[in-house]
Design a protein around this ligand. Structure first.
Ligand SMILES: Cc1ncc(COP(=O)(O)O)c(C=O)c1O
Length: 388
């Protein structure tokens, strides 16, 4: 099947496994080899084989990953980076210039906030935080003529708020801005923002895309060729690319994304059911719950509701910290999206950098990345931790 057919005709799982790579013509290798090479022999000056001249500019192992990402997000082109933040930084410098303004989630991932607040602002990029779930507040935060990006996460990290991608795209485009969606929490299996009108998708591929907590990486997938050219230029000019070993691992993880995500969702639903009935849990935050304010929008734009679950305990910060200390199957740690379940206290861990700002998260909040272990063991572990 040709690359064209993979991209436009095949189902998600088929594209995840086949898109971006044809078995190697000389050996027939069915998996992209790890091209551990920095440079390439030229057949006479400028006589490049397949366009490869130097591995910052292009490497076949990375090319295969980038093709697969573009096919899964249904974008024009995919670009792989050394980390999610490297992808974000490259995007900002590709499409913004000093004096431009960004509307930004008021509960963004702390590292993304730090990039905008402590790094980009120094270089003249201003931002205004707004809740992604409130279209009127996003509209009010737009500075006509100056706002060039509306940046959203949906679901957000860690409060799992939902933004209506279609409506946000219309709002951004009316103002002459691009809509950027950080799709890390949903993954391309559960949500395809470009098909809903977004212009650029951002991923920390460290999370569900890689899926095995063994590699840090990032990606941008772009709908429009003009933006793609800018991003491609900056990817090479700034150089924050992944090496071939990292690209290989990320691509290997991506092939099983669909089956992993379905199990993440199954297990998250079991955990949510248990937590919702527990007397020490004040609130369970999960877009799959009908009580979640974003449930209706999530049902429209997501296939299922994902593996991330947050909850607030009735015993305040002390109890939240104790629960995090007591679990055994849920490992206490930052990050998310791997096969193993993780637990963390956002206020003291992933979101410590936003303490004291408008983006501060509640101290009694616990965040779970529900893995793909046996559901019963996950529920039993939380039961012990909450009762301990
Ligand atoms: C939603 C989201 N976006 C971006 C990032 C940054 O990605 P990375 O850690 O790969 O640089 C993270 C990391 O946790 C994240 O959760």
């Amino acid at each position: 099947m040709s690359e064209q057919q993979h991209r436009h005709k095949s189902g998600f799982e088929t594209r995840a496994i086949h898109a971006g790579y044809e078995p190697d013509p000389t050996t027939g290798a069915v998996i992209p080899p790890i091209y551990a090479t920095s440079t390439y022999k030229q057949d006479g000056v400028g006589g490049l084989r397949g366009g490869y001249e130097y591995s910052r500019s292009g490497n076949p192992t990375r090319t295969a990953l980038e093709g697969a990402l573009a096919a899964l997000e249904e974008g024009e082109r995919g670009f792989a980076f050394a980390s999610g933040l490297a992808a974000e930084d490259t995007l900002v410098r590709s499409v913004l210039k000093p004096g431009d303004h960004v509307v930004f989630p008021n509960d963004a991932y702390g590292g993304t906030w730090r990039l905008f607040d402590k790094v980009q602002r120094v270089w003249g990029i201003d931002y205004t935080p707004a809740p992604v779930s409130d279209l009127e507040k996003v509209a009010a935060a737009i500075r006509p003529g100056t706002t060039k990006l509306v940046w959203v996460e949906t679901p957000t990290n860690p409060l799992l708020n939902i933004g209506d991608i279609e409506a946000l795209a219309a709002l951004a485009h009316d103002a002459g801005a691009l809509l950027v969606v950080d799709n890390t929490f949903a993954s391309p299996y559960l949500q395809q923002p470009l098909a809903l009108g977004a212009d650029v998708v951002v991923h920390s591929t460290t999370k569900y895309v890689g899926g095995h907590s063994d590699v840090v990486g990032g990606a941008l997938v772009v709908k429009d060729l003009e933006v793609a050219e800018q991003v491609g230029f900056h990817q090479n000019a700034m150089g924050a690319v992944p090496g071939p070993f990292d690209a290989f691992l990320t691509h290997r993880g991506l092939k099983t994304l669909a089956v992993r995500m379905d199990r993440h969702c199954d297990n998250a639903e079991r955990v949510v059911e248990f937590l919702s009935a527990h007397p020490s849990v004040g609130e369970v935050i999960y877009p799959g719950l009908e009580s979640h304010p974003g449930h209706e929008v999530a049902s429209r734009q997501m296939k299922r509701y994902g593996g991330m679950v947050s909850f607030r305990v009735t015993g305040g910060e002390a109890q939240a910290l104790a629960v995090c200390d007591r679990t055994e199957v849920f490992t206490l740690g930052e990050s998310l999206g791997g096969v193993e379940s993780l637990i963390e206290h956002p206020g003291r861990m992933t979101h410590a950098s936003v303490a004291g700002t408008d983006l501060e998260v509640p101290a009694d909040l616990v965040r779970l990345s529900v893995g793909i272990e046996t559901a019963h063991d996950l529920v039993a572990d939380l039961e012990r931790a909450l009762e301990g």
